[in-house]
Design a protein around this ligand. Structure first.
Ligand code: NAD
Length: 249
């Protein structure tokens, strides 16, 4: 099950996981593009269903998990990937409280609710893998202010570590995928001038934005048995941005 599967990382992951033989549950609030992700998978001969759900709502999360079990019998992988970065997200002084609330509701509560309803299903399946999409901004201070987003991703990273420790003996692995800055709609809309883009790129040793496909490959590793001894990891796929600027803890 992949949330945020209508676009960006989620769509690429849905297509890649299906190509690897997974039965995919593509979850999103965006029905049109979510169904397009499913159609792309089906055209390539893969298996997928679309479930419309808002990950900030508990009932929706309960239903998406139920749909996965109803359709495919069990849930093995939960990729809590849906997230938002609002244009009005700024520094602490300028950011409106409703921007904070909306961002935390989707990015932090969405991951919590995915786990709340998904973990019982993973238990029923005998274990599995949870991947939570955090961000490099959870481990360093971003040069462009986005206080609500940064706080929400810090919450995802901290939550991931606790989940990993608590559920390790249940054969449930939990890792945080921390992408660097990507050439996706989400970030390009936010860094909407060349100056803002350059300001971000100057910090990336590779000198380019990452691609959603590259994040899908990282998520595939974390989803698969190839990562069977990896849990609680801050899995950075960030073009080296944190290696250049963060002192290892
Ligand atoms: P995107 O905007 O292309 O895709 C996000 C998807 O999530 C969209 O399809 C959107 O409809 C969906 N979504 C939004 N709110 C939702 C909700 N309440 N319920 C269900 N679905 C919802 O963005 P992306 O770049 O693919 O981002 C995916 C994840 O990666 C996000 O968590 C984002 O914060 C994170 N991330 C992105 C970058 C980047 O540079 N783009 C960097 C680090 C982390």
């Amino acid at each position: 099950m992949i949330t945020g599967a209508a676009s960006g990382i989620g769509r690429e992951a849905a297509v890649l996981f299906a190509a690897e033989g997974a039965c995919v549950v593509a979850v999103d609030v965006d029905e049109k593009n979510g169904r397009e992700s499913v159609a792309t998978i089906e055209r390539a001969g893969g298996k997928a269903i679309f479930v419309k759900a808002d990950v900030s709502k508990s009932d929706d999360c309960r239903e998406m998990v139920a749909a996965a079990e109803r359709t495919y019998g069990r849930l093995n992988v939960l990729f809590n990937n849906a997230g938002i970065m609002l244009g009005a997200d700024d520094d602490a002084v300028a950011t409106a409280e409703d921007v904070w609330e909306r961002t935390m509701a989707v990015n932090a509560r969405g991951v919590f609710l995915g786990c709340k309803h998904g973990i019982p299903a993973l238990r029923r399946a005998g274990g599995g893998s949870i991947i939570n999409t955090a961000s490099f901004v959870a481990v360093l201070g971003a040069a462009t202010p986005q206080i609500a987003y940064t706080a929400s991703k810090g919450a995802v990273l901290a939550m991931t570590r606790e989940l990993a420790v608590i559920h390790a003996r249940e054969n449930i692995r939990v890792n945080a995928l921390c992408p660097g800055p990507l050439r996706t709609e989400l970030l390009m809309k936010f860094l909407d001038t060349d100056e803002k883009k350059q300001r971000r790129l100057v910090h990336v040793p590779m000198g380019r934005f990452g691609e959603s496909k590259e994040m899908a490959q990282a998520a595939l590793f974390l989803a698969s048995d190839e990562s069977s001894y990896t849990t609680g990891a801050t899995f950075l796929a960030d073009g080296g941005i944190t290696a250049a600027y963060v002192t290892p803890l």
